[in-house]
Design a protein around this ligand. Sequence first.
Ligand code: ATP
Length: 135
Amino acid sequence: MSEKSQRLEIVTPQRKVFSEDVKFLVAPGTDGELGILPEHAPLITSLNIGVLRIQQDRDFIKVVVSGGFMEVRNSRVTVLATSAERADEIDVARAEKAKKRAEDRLAAKAADLDVLRAELALKRAIMRLRAANDK
Ligand code: ATP
């Protein structure tokens, strides 16, 4: 693998979640997973709710993103995410509650149920649990 690095910045409307040099990352693009090495061709893509995997040395760090955009240019990768949490920041009990709440809503099928909203909440919770339980 190349010894070159690239700068990865992950920001949300609230805060800067990550700003470090990384060797490699895999992002949940809406058209599929995207692996980015230094000197990758410029691109802009939208992101799904999913887990961004970041390689610095040998280990991978996981960051859950709740959708957004990613820009790659001149070995700088910028992720603008609706929300984002590193795996070690995730409150597992909170994510479990959110998962149960969404599942219950989808099962109850109330007349005024916003199905898409419940499905997105469920997906965020599942991704948070996946990242937190698989460090
Ligand atoms: P909840 O119903 O528990 O609020 P949510 O999916 O609706 O979950 P979001 O709207 O995606 O929450 O996020 C609101 C804020 O809370 C964001 O800053 C996000 O990073 C943070 N957040 C949400 N869930 C967790 C969690 N399980 N652990 C840590 N931070 C979380």
